[in-house]
Write a protein that binds this ligand. Structure first.
Ligand code: NOJ
Length: 518
């Protein structure tokens, strides 16, 4: 990879917007681009300087927009392409950057490419998706769509069964299965060419890069991801030539691979082997006040990835996202502040899921909306204030995209902004501190100082150039003591009291977070 780092990524703090539920300005019960524009100042004031917007292209919304039917058209319910361009411009005016969500692995069954590829007669799109040569043959291990086309074949799916897999080829096509194409065949090459056209189109309009959905899923039967890495290197080359400053963040979960593929940062995933859920979303999360959690396996896996990518594969840790339970479903009260003291002091860019900054709750017992299923409760309307529909929309309640949290004590932005001790204001302070200390930012190094099995606190050192900061986090409801060879310097952040050093031992109070200069 050339030295093409978009410098703004180094101190980027992202705010993830699920556009359906953020801010509705035309009264249809669904958020829109104008709604996002109107809240840019709010996001900036919180301290976030970058956005990730979930898919906002034309779609039948069988998977909330992750089933695209036209990559070149903004979903009309959010506005027009011009409105989206205006959103980029308005963000740039505020020194903010915008990542769109790129879904390269599959489309909706409604996409015109898929409709064409279903035809018996050969055409330009026959090889756009992964099809077998007979309806009686299934593509191994992928699930398929069959029996709905004149074409005699089964089409592989990439996620839900209405999301046919785009064809980027097989890493090593099986010679006994002639329908498996190689990456160098015409069909896969055309798919990749079209992917670049899509990126070119939106980057040309002013978006700053992409969060890439299921980035590791493109080349099939690619056990070590060698083909998929090669494919992304090819994309990187195109970006280096035409859009060297485009930022690329992958949903992959293997930073050593995504880095080789030319991505700048990779997400820590809430599924697979990351142990992310040990922190916030399991029976005894480490950050809950009960103090019965374990951080050690998360740290071991994190370190493994960190070393494997030579400390360069930046891992972004989200507060939550549209696919997982709200943070506040498991972590309560002041412990949310400790959780954010962690999220905002780790390497890689932090991602704050809309509403997590006020501790919005998971809305229980909802009927699935747009393929959300259990995820629907994390996709409820943003709670701005105490006016109609919490200020999200002027639509009648029954028209809201997802039901609002109707609990009487639901948090709102307005109330939390006015309260010095709120989660919102704590996060704002934490962001200011991160931005004032290079050691705490994305590229600062990390060394784990105390992360013992089933023990508290959790301690690590962040450093950059000649700056070093020791982060001490004790979410548990009891004071704890740990051995430490470092001498604590000035506290640049303290919540819940202060650390006492006694020679090689440091004691911190219950529910405490502190950042100390070394
Ligand atoms: C990951 C996305 O985050 C999720 O919401 C979506 O359903 C799948 N990929 C399929 O695109």
């Amino acid at each position: 990879m050339k030295d093409n780092q978009p410098l703004w990524l180094n101190n980027a703090i992202f705010y993830e917007i699920y556009p359906q539920s953020f801010n509705d300005t035309n009264g249809d019960g669904i958020g829109d681009f104008q709604g996002i524009i109107e809240k840019l100042d709010y996001i900036k004031e919180l301290g976030c300087n970058a956005l990730w917007i979930n898919p906002c292209f034309a779609s039948p919304f069988g998977d909330a927009g992750y089933d695209v039917s036209d990559y070149y058209l903004a979903a009309p319910r959010y506005g027009t392409n011009e409105d989206l361009k205006r959103l980029f411009d308005e963000a740039h005016k505020r020194q903010m950057h915008v990542l769109l969500d790129l879904v390269p692995g599959h489309t909706s069954v409604e996409h015109k490419w898929f409709k064409e590829s279903m035809k018996a007669q050969k055409n330009e799109f026959t090889d756009r998706y992964v099809w077998t040569n007979s309806i009686w043959e299934e593509p191994q291990g992928m699930g398929c769509i069959r029996g709905i086309s004149d074409r005699d074949g089964s089409c592989a799916v990439n996620f839900f069964s209405h999301q046919p897999a785009l064809n980027y080829g097989f890493y090593k096509p099986d010679p006994t299965k002639p329908w498996q194409q190689s990456m160098d065949d015409e069909g896969p090459k055309a798919t990749l060419g079209e992917l670049k056209n899509i990126m070119r189109f939106w980057l040309g309009l002013g978006c700053d890069g992409f969060r890439v959905d299921m980035a590791g899923s493109l080349v099939k039967h690619d056990e070590d991801s060698k083909g998929t890495i090669k494919l992304w290197q090819n994309v990187r080359e195109f970006l280096d030539n035409e859009f060297p400053h485009a930022a690329m963040v992958s949903e992959w979960g293997e930073p050593n691979k995504s880095l080789q593929g030319g991505f700048h940062m990779d997400f820590l995933l809430h599924f697979g082997p990351s142990h992310y859920n040990d922190l916030f979303r399991c029976e005894e999360p480490y950050f809950s006040g009960r103090g019965k959690g374990d951080v050690s396996q998360f740290v071991a896996k994190y370190l493994h990835n960190y070393e494997k990518s030579e400390k360069k594969g930046l891992i972004c840790i989200p507060s939550g996202n549209h696919d997982m339970d709200r943070l506040a479903r498991h972590i309560k009260g002041d412990n949310l502040k400790i959780a954010f003291a962690f999220l905002l002091s780790m390497p890689g860019a932090p991602f704050i899921y809309y509403g997590d900054e006020i501790g919005m709750n998971y809305v229980e017992n909802l009927v699935s909306v747009e393929g959300g299923y259990g995820r629907t409760g994390s996709r409820s309307p943003m709670q701005w204030d105490d006016t109609l529909n919490a200020g999200f929309s002027l639509a009648p309640q029954e028209k809201l995209y997802v039901k609002l949290d109707d609990s009487p004590d639901r948090p709102t932005v307005k109330a939390q902004m006015a309260d010095e001790d709120s989660l919102y204001n704590e996060i704002k302070r934490l962001i200011e501190i991160r931005q004032a200390n290079k050691a705490l930012q994305s590229k600062g190094e990390i060394e784990f100082v105390y992360a013992q099995e089933n023990e508290y606190p959790f301690v690590y050192k962040r450093s950059a150039d000649d700056e070093a900061v020791l982060v001490i986090l004790n979410p548990a409801n009891r004071a704890v003591t740990f051995d430490c060879n470092y001498t604590l310097g000035k506290a640049i952040y303290c919540f819940g009291g202060k650390a006492e050093q006694n020679g090689g031992k440091i004691t911190v109070p219950a529910c405490f977070a502190g950042y100390y200069k070394l």
